[in-house]
Design a protein around this ligand. Structure first.
Ligand code: DOR
Ligand code: ZN
Length: 346
C-alpha cells in the first residue's frame, strides 16, 4: 500500500480569488500547495481589459504571504465589446494566459458575458491566430432547459458549432460535469481540453439533498447523476493529457450561501490535494495524480511544470477544517464526506 507520494508541485487551472478581504484570506490557501493558478475574472465589475488584469494581478501579488512561491496567471472576461487588439496585447504581455467566456446569465457575475457568440467572432479569430486559449463556462442559459441538461445542451448547440467554425481555436471546457462533455473532449483533438473540479469527482446530485438541503454543495454547473461522476473519475485518472485540475474553488461568505437564495460556489482550496489523493487512491490510480494536477495543464498552456515538488503522506484522519475567517465573515471549506487521511507536507 502506498503511504507516501511525491509529485511535481501542482497548478490550479481554474480558481476564484475575489478581491479585498476575501482575497487576503483565501489566497494563502491556494498558494500553500499550488505553484500557479489561473485566476477567474468574474469580479464586480469584471476584469475585461489588459489594464484590469494588470491591476488585479498586482493586488493579488500584494496579498501574498511573505515568502510565498506563487504565480497568478490572469484571464480576461469576454464581453461583446471586448477589443481584439487588447486581447492580442494581453497575450503578448505574458501576464494574461486565457480569455474566459461566460454565457450572459449563466452563473455568478456573468451579466456582462456573451449573449450571442456570433458577436465575438473577431476576438475568437485573433485568438485562433495567436494560439490563445478560450476557457468556456459550458452551460446554456435558456431557463426552459432543465438545470441538469444545460451542459449537454451547450455542447450540442454552442460548443460543437464553435469547434467547427474555429477548428484552430484552443478551448478548455471548464469544470466538465457530464459523460457527454467527457466524451466530446475524448472524441476531439489536442485543441480541446477540459478541467475537472475536486468536488465534481466527489459529489453527485443526491449529495445536495442528503437529509436536507446542503447549500455548501451548490455550485454551477450543478453536480449530476452518479454515472456522470464515474465518467469524470475515469477521465481524471486516465492519464489523458486533455483532462486536468481546475478546482473552481469559489469562496462565498457563509451567510450568502446559507440563505433563502444561496450563491453557487464551493470553496475547496484548503483541502483539494488531500481530497484528490483519496479519490485517486480509491480509483487505484495514485500514479496518475501527478499528470492530472501537475503535468497535463502546463502542457496545454505551453508552460513547463513547476520546479519543486509536493509530498503527500497517508496517516491518521484529520479533523474537518474550520471555516476560513475573513474580515467580512467566515467561509466554509468543502466537506468531502469522508475522512481525509492524506496529509500534505508543506
Ligand atoms: O459554482 C460556481 N461558482 N460556478 C461558477 O461558474 C462561478 C463560481 C463563482 O464565481 O462563485
Ligand atoms: Zn469558476
Amino acid at each position: 500500500m502506498t503511504s507516501s507520494l511525491t509529485i511535481q508541485r501542482p497548478d490550479d487551472w481554474h480558481v476564484h480569488l475575489r478581491d479585498g478581504a476575501i482575497l487576503r484570506a483565501v489566497l494563502p490557501e491556494t498558494a500553500r500547495h499550488f505553484g500557479r493558478a489561473l485566476i477567474m475574472p468574474n469580479l464586480l465589475p469584471p476584469m475585461v481589459t489588459l489594464q484590469d488584469a494588470k491591476a488585479y494581478r498586482l493586488r493579488i501579488l500584494d496579498a501574498l504571504p511573505e515568502g510565498a512561491d506563487f504565480t497568478p496567471l490572469m484571464t480576461l472576461y469576454l464581453t461583446e465589446n471586448t477589443d481584439a487588439k487588447d486581447v492580442k496585447a494581453a497575450y503578448a504581455s505574458g501576464m494574461v494566459n486565457a480569455v474566459k467566456l461566460y454565457p450572459a446569465g449563466a452563473t455568478t457575475n456573468s451579466a456582462s458575458g456573451v449573449a450571442d457568440i456570433n458577436n465575438v467572432s473577431q476576438v475568437l479569430e485573433v485568438m485562433s491566430e495567436i494560439g490563445m486559449p478560450l476557457c468556456v463556462h459550458g452551460e446554456v442559459t435558456d431557463p426552459e432547459v432543465d438545470i441538469f441538461d444545460r451542459e449537454a445542451r451547450f455542447i450540442d448547440t454552442v460548443l460543437a458549432p464553435l469547434r467547427r467554425r474555429f477548428p484552430g481555436l484552443r478551448i478548455v471546457l471548464e469544470h466538465v460535469t457530464t459523460k457527454q462533455g467527457v466524451e466530446f473532449v475524448q472524441n476531439s483533438n489536442a485543441n480541446l481540453a477540459a478541467t475537472i473540479t475536486t468536488h465534481h469527482l466527489i459529489l453527485d446530485r443526491n449529495d445536495i439533498f442528503k437529509g436536507g438541503i446542503r447549500p455548501h454543495y451548490y455550485c454551477l454547473p450543478i453536480a449530476k447523476r452518479a454515472l456522470h461522476r464515474a465518467a469524470l473519475r475515469r477521465a481524471a485518472t486516465s492519464g489523458d493529457k486533455r483532462f486536468f485540475l481546475g478546482t473552481d474553488s469559489a469562496p462565498h461568505l457563509d451567510p450568502t450561501k446559507e440563505s433563502a437564495c444561496g450563491c453557487a460556489g464551493i470553496f475547496s482550496a484548503s483541502n483539494t490535494m488531500a481530497c484528490l489523493a483519496q479519490v485517486f487512491e480509491d480509483e487505484n490510480a495514485l500514479p496518475k495524480l501527478e499528470a492530472f494536477t501537475s503535468l497535463s495543464g502546463p502542457a496545454f498552456y505551453g508552460l513547463a511544470p513547476n520546479p519543486g515538488t509536493l509530498t503527500l503522506t497517508k496517516g491518521t484522519a484529520l479533523p474537518p477544517l474550520a471555516p476560513i475567517a475573513t474580515d467580512d465573515g467566515p467561509i466554509t471549506v468543502f466537506d468531502p464526506g469522508f475522512p481525509l487521511c492524506w496529509h500534505v507536507n508543506t
